[in-house]
Ligand binder design. Structure first.
Ligand code: MLT
Ligand code: MN
Ligand code: ZN
Length: 293
């Protein structure tokens, strides 16, 4: 199984268009590598690929990834797209994929419902892009030779569906993690997660690879930096500092943070935050990183 990180950043990317935080400034100056938004690609045979989360940057991500280039006139290695929630950074790329190219769109029935409520999704023609609803806990073949299984993780509804009161610990079809297995190897992809529940901890115990929500380093960093009014918890994300301790003793061989917000100090290789994260045995993902579990 081969995994390619197409985009390591959370919504907004690095740099984010309206942000002048230290990381965004450094990225504009070329001192930090720019990062595109949250997505990975997976394949068992190197020829047929699935993309997990269709980010607004998908066009540039596919351009930067030779394995995803067409192999003939309108022949694409992209066979499937799976979205793990309805957040804009994970679904807006579907509109880029509206060129009448066949692939299967996998999501829970709940997420399909959210997508179908958007009239623009009819441009991603259902007659060429079949919608496949996936039940939680039922393994399926996402792309040739790769088995996937979805499971609920704590999270919230997408920003555009939030009401007056927001439950940030919702567990159901809104926010899912993914187990990927191929050629006897298993990886977990969990780009958004509000808490490492005991059940989730048991699920990933002893795993060879977990790619996990690294949105913020500390829960209140956006408030402290004057970038926003929300904590990570309010956004449905668990902070890196909490994850470092929560993963202790779980025996996860390889731990990779993905979906990093541009405010996250661990994005800077020279930061104390990066030192702490790496000292705990974690890797901070970068765009284009290839991982073979
Ligand atoms: C998130 O991960 O918190 C969302 O992508 C935020 C958003 O939709 O802007
Ligand atoms: Mn996001
Ligand atoms: Zn920024």
């Amino acid at each position: 199984m081969k995994i390619i990180v197409l985009g390591a950043a959370a919504g907004g990317g690095l740099p984010q268009w309206n942000c002048g935080c230290p990381n965004c400034v450094a990225a504009r100056l070329g001192r930090l590598p720019s990062l595109s938004q949250s997505s990975i690609a997976v394949s068992a045979n190197g020829e047929d690929w699935a993309i997990l989360n269709a980010s607004p940057d998908i066009r540039a991500q596919m351009q930067a990834t030779p394995a995803l280039h067409p192999t003939g006139p309108r022949v694409s290695p992209l066979k499937a797209v799976l979205v793990t929630n309805g957040d804009i950074d994970h679904v807006a790329g579907l509109f880029t994929l509206r060129e009448r190219q066949p692939f299967t769109l996998f999501a829970t029935a709940g997420i399909h419902e959210v997508l179908a409520a958007n009239p623009m999704m009819t441009a991603v023609a259902p007659d060429v892009v079949p919608r496949a609803p996936v039940a939680l806990g039922v393994p399926f073949e996402i792309v040739a030779g790769v088995e996937a299984e979805l499971f609920a993780v704590p999270g919230k509804v997408p920003l555009y569906q939030e009401g007056e009161v927001v439950d940030t610990q919702l567990e159901g079809e809104n926010t899912v993690g993914v187990r990927l297995s191929a050629n006897g190897k298993t990886a977990f992809y969990i780009p958004g997660c509000a808490a490492l529940t005991p059940a989730l901890a048991e699920r990933i115990r002893g795993a060879a690879l977990v790619m996990y929500d690294g949105t913020l380093f500390e829960d209140d960093e956006m408030i402290r930096m004057g970038l926003g009014v929300k904590t990570g918890a309010r956004m449905g994300h668990m902070s890196m500092t909490a994850s470092l301790s929560a993963f202790e003793g779980l025996g996860v061989a390889r731990r990779v943070f993905v979906h990093m917000n541009n405010s996250n100090p661990a994005l800077d290789p020279d930061s104390e935050a990066r030192r702490v994260v790496e000292a705990a045995g974690w890797t901070v993902a970068q765009d284009g990183m290839e991982i073979t579990p």
